[in-house]
Design a protein around this ligand. Structure first.
Ligand SMILES: *Cc1c(COP(=O)(O)O)cnc(C)c1O
Length: 377
């Protein structure tokens, strides 16, 4: 392990990542391969170690958001199949092709723009917008959609190897949402079948994200684009994930100072918290610049010696204060857990997200660069 400053750090468990991967594998049928989604620095877990570990475990397909991320994957795995889900400026089409990276194509116009910018064939999967409303070919009828796919396939230098779509609400168990996902899935399957009837059997059709992999797994999806579930978080907090899936990342910091203060003492900026009795207060070496949100001011909790301690007053840029009145053994230098397990208790990124009014995805992606990622093997 590389030496690191023991101020605020994230511990990333590679054994837990491997375990989550095995569980996701067991959900999929033999016709479905995993495409590990490693965009945004592997959801904040650090791309290199995550990608290398997944690759060692036999993962061949990776999905990213942009060309920089794709090239990073290529650097770590020469033989990976890498799909860019997001936008690549057309002038980078040649570079994308040179790295043997697959580009998601969202329209005929985009296909033409790409084709004008590469002398070599560019591998592509065509994105269909079946109801997410974000990117992709948008048609009311599968016949029209299939025709447009055929036209894109005839574009010079554009080598189409698959079609894919993205669910808007596969992470919901409400009947309306399930019906909506059913319709999205039917649209891409029917479009694929039309192509097959025309004699075109593309190697890939994929539509499963983590939620779909867990709750509506389909052998017809050649790939499951699993992101959040590999990192052990919930696609939606309200729905259970398979047994054994656990968070891969923990977030830790230390106590820099402990003091006992009298009743009536102001704590932190804005004096939003004033003690109503004598209290023991610990200052913790993490703040919003580390990605620990200021929205947790006077709301969040932190584990100290296995006990929950509440944050008091505002979270500062680099520090925050907690009430350790009930943890007499707490002292300067002690390690505290902001995300993760300590003793019998656990605080997850999903728990923190709930307080902040967001999702676990944003919490882990938001852990900032200055927080070193420490890998546990
Ligand atoms: C991010 C993303 C995924 C992965 O989603 P998870 O919910 O993390 O599994 C899959 N497909 C597309 C198109 C995405 O943008």
């Amino acid at each position: 392990m590389k030496p690191y400053l023991k101020r605020a750090w994230a511990e990333v468990s590679l054994p837990q990542l491997r375990k989550n991967l095995e569980i996701v594998r067991s959900l999929n049928s033999s016709s479905t391969d995993i495409m590990a989604v490693v965009k945004a620095d592997a959801y904040g877990h650090g791309d290199e170690h995550i990608i290398r570990t997944l690759h060692e475990c036999g993962i061949k397909y990776f999905a990213v958001s942009n060309l920089d991320e794709a090239i990073a994957v290529r650097k770590f795995c020469a033989d990976a199949e890498i799909l860019i889900l997001g936008y690549t400026p057309p002038e980078y089409a040649h570079e994308t092709a040179m790295y043997n990276i697959i580009q998601g194509v969202v329209s005929m116009d985009y296909a033409i723009a790409l084709s004008k910018n590469t002398p070599e064939p560019l591998r592509c999967h065509i994105k269909i917008d079946t109801g997410m409303g974000r990117i992709g070919l948008k048609y009311d009828s599968c016949e029209d959609c299939a025709s447009e796919i055929l036209r894109i396939m005839q574009t010079d230098k554009i080598s189409v190897e698959g079609i894919y779509t993205h669910f808007a609400s596969a992470d919901s168990d409400s009947p309306e949402d399930i019906a909506y996902s059913d319709a999205q899935e039917k649209f891409i399957l029917d479009t694929y079948d039309i192509l097959v009837k025309l004699g075109i059997k593309l190697p890939h059709i994929h539509f499963m994200n983590s939620a779909a992999t867990c709750y509506r797994n389909s052998p017809k999806s050649t790939l499951s684009r699993a992101g959040i579930i590999l990192y052990g978080l919930h696609p939606d907090r309200k729905l259970a994930v398979p047994d054994g899936i656990e968070p891969v990342m923990e977030l830790k910091a230390v106590i820099s100072q402990v003091k006992t203060v009298e009743s009536g003492t102001c704590i932190s900026y804005g004096r939003t918290f004033i003690t109503e009795k004598n209290m023991r207060i610990a200052t913790i070496t993490i703040g919003y610049a580390d990605g620990y949100s200021r929205l947790l001011s006077s709301k969040g909790e932190i584990l100290v010696h296995g006990k929950r301690c509440r944050i008091i007053g505002r979270v500062c840029m680099d520090q925050l204060m907690i009430d350790v009145s009930d943890v007499p053994e707490a002292e300067s230098g002690d390690i505290v857990t902001l995300i993760g397990r300590d003793g019998d208790d656990i605080i997850t990124a999903d728990d923190i997200a709930e307080i902040c009014g967001t999702i676990g995805y944003e919490i882990v992606c938001g852990i900032s660069k200055r927080v070193p990622r420490i890998y546990i093997n």
